[in-house]
Design a protein around this ligand. Structure first.
Ligand code: APR
Length: 249
């Protein structure tokens, strides 16, 4: 059922009020209103000529570690300047309204935690953390290291952002927890994601299979739209606060 953002159907309000367990999957769309560009929108400025799919890969880092590190440094600056928006804040409010709540995010910007969300599973890592590209352990560069990328203080290998690149496996345990959340929830939200990248894109269907009410929040169509019980057409920053206000007052 596709509807404009503003009318929250009574049946959805009832489902939210009765829900014991809500699971939410977010993608870069929820951070768009915080000024963090989504993946599939055209890159801005200096990076317009690069395709994120070409930069967020182990091969790109192997080929040109400096370029990839600089791209992430540029994105880190964007994230540091960004603030959570009403969409992030509404999800933190929603978490306080239900007994069990899991927030599964594909985003690496840390904005959910900054908005006050607590039970957050970062499926694709976090851009603000660095790790050794060889030892795969979290480590920060030495203060005086001006290298681009900097080097691991332990073994001297390049550091890299602690994010999941295309073709890499998700953090240990994250995927299992995410599928458990999809299997246990009464309501599953898919917010601000194009639903094109696996395995995250399967979570909504896993929830549907066990009978959860699936709600999509996205201004555009995605492969999930026609399957979702509710497809709320609009931006997360508008739809989510309205939903929480109507459901919980
Ligand atoms: N509110 C809600 N949704 C929005 C908004 C908004 N204000 N603005 C854009 N969107 C939607 C777009 O319509 C699109 O469907 O957010 C989605 C963003 O899709 P992508 O750019 O593909 O981002 P995402 O789905 O998070 O990508 C998944 O793929 O690129 C890899 O690892 C990367 O985590 C990323 C994953």
């Amino acid at each position: 059922m596709e509807m404009p953002a503003t009318d929250v159907p009574e049946s959805l309000v009832t489902a939210l009020r009765n829900a014991r367990n809500i699971a939410v999957l977010t993608g870069s769309g929820i951070s768009a209103e915080s000024g963090v560009p989504t993946f599939r929108d055209a890159q801005t400025g200096l990076w317009a000529r690069y395709d994120p799919m070409e930069l967020a890969t182990p091969e790109a880092f192997e080929r040109d570690p400096r370029l990839v590190w600089e791209w992430y440094a540029w994105r880190r600056e964007l994230v540091e300047k960004a603030a959570p928006n009403p969409g992030h804040e509404a999800l933190a409010e929603l978490e306080s309204r239900v007994p069990d709540f899991e927030l599964l995010t594909q985003n690496v910007d840390g904005l959910h935690r900054r908005a006050g969300s607590r039970n957050v599973i970062e499926l694709h890592g976090n851009i603000m953390r660095s790790k050794c590209s060889v030892e795969d352990v979290l480590v920060e560069p030495r203060e005086d290291d001006t290298g681009v990328p900097p080097s691991c203080p332990g073994c001297g290998a390049f550091l890299r952002p602690d994010v999941v690149w295309f073709g890499e496996i998700l953090p240990a345990g994250a995927l299992e927890k995410a599928f458990d959340a999809a299997r246990d929830c009464d309501v599953f939200f898919s917010i601000g994601t194009s639903g094109l990248v696996q395995p995250a894109a399967s979570l909504a269907f896993e929830a549907m299979r066990q009978g959860a009410v699936v709600v999509e929040v996205n201004p555009d169509d995605t492969p999930l739209t026609r399957h979702a019980e509710y497809a709320l057409r609009g931006s997360a920053g508008e739809v989510l606060p309205a939903l929480v206000r109507v459901a919980y007052g």
